[in-house]
Design a protein around this ligand. Structure first.
Ligand SMILES: C[S@@+](CC[C@H](N)C(=O)[O-])C[C@H]1O[C@@H](n2cnc3c(N)ncnc32)[C@H](O)[C@@H]1O
Length: 249
């Protein structure tokens, strides 16, 4: 029996049918499972411990002393690290606070860290890392906060319990609405992937999420001044960061 030839036209029709159906599934599937799966495949998750360390130095030497000096209640200091990727950044913040911040015994700190990618969030919660991820950590800290196994470097339960990981799409107002009253936000190496409209919207989201006088730290190639005039530029000895004006509501 002769095989039926598939013409280019048939193939085009099939392709169109496939993409139309797939798009409908992405848009209308009630669970959102396929859209999340596609999102997880598309994200760029590059990160490592103590990346752009000068900002953590700025946090403990300049930002937190200013915040605690002004603080009028004894509630926790709230830090939001978005995007978390696999957790190296929020865990680096926790390590820095424990090791290098003079106020660690006087203040409660909450660290919440978010990402759009559910697969990478599961890795962050697990806290198991490769040699490449931990290569910039001093040996002393590696031994203190990690245990070595055949699978890699497992972060301690003390640090795992110090960070709460949540799934958030920074571009989705419904996702970010509950994120309020932060003293410091780290948003590093995400805005570079956004277009101008999304960057502006992110700047407004952070403005709503910060307390008056709260700070935002961006990645070294990112600048808030080019995106929004809502923030004051603060030049500390360790880093340039952005501050929501004290008189803001
Ligand atoms: C290059 S990593 C940066 C991780 C870390 N902040 C750092 O600087 O090392 C970028 C992360 O942004 C996340 N991401 C991309 N779009 C996002 C969005 N709209 N909302 C939240 N996270 C997003 C990705 O899943 C990825 O894990």
């Amino acid at each position: 029996m002769a095989a039926t030839a598939i013409t280019e036209l048939d193939f085009e029709k099939f392709r169109e049918f496939f993409y139309r159906n797939y798009f409908t599934k992405l848009r209308f599937e009630a669970s959102g499972e396929e859209l999340q799966h596609l999102t997880n495949l598309m994200t760029v998750n590059e990160t490592y411990f103590f990346r752009e360390e000068y900002q953590f130095q700025c946090l403990v030497q300049s930002i937190l002393p200013d915040i605690t000096h002004r603080k009028q209640d004894d509630g926790p200091i709230r830090i939001w690290a978005i995007p978390s990727s696999s957790g190296e950044e929020p865990y680096s913040i926790a390590i820095y606070l424990l090791e290098y911040w003079a106020g660690i015994n006087d203040w409660d700190v909450e660290i919440i860290s978010s990402d759009i990618d559910t697969r990478i969030l599961a890795q962050a919660r697990q806290g198991l890392y490769s040699q490449r991820s931990v290569q910039h950590l001093p040996d002393l800290l590696l031994r203190k906060y990690f245990s070595r196994s055949a699978e890699g470097y497992q972060i301690s339960d003390e640090l795992r319990n110090a960070v709460e990981f949540t799934r958030v799409n920074l571009s989705e107002r419904a996702d970010t609405r509950a994120y309020r009253d932060f003293d410091v936000i780290f948003c590093r190496n995400l805005l570079i992937y956004f277009d101008d409209v999304s960057r502006k919207s992110a700047a407004e989201t952070f403005y709503d999420a910060l307390k008056p006088g709260g700070y935002i730290c961006l990645g070294h190639s990112e600048s808030m001044s080019r995106v929004s005039s809502l923030y004051k530029v603060r030049k500390f000895p360790e880093a340039i960061v952005y501050q929501k004006p004290l008189e803001a509501r």
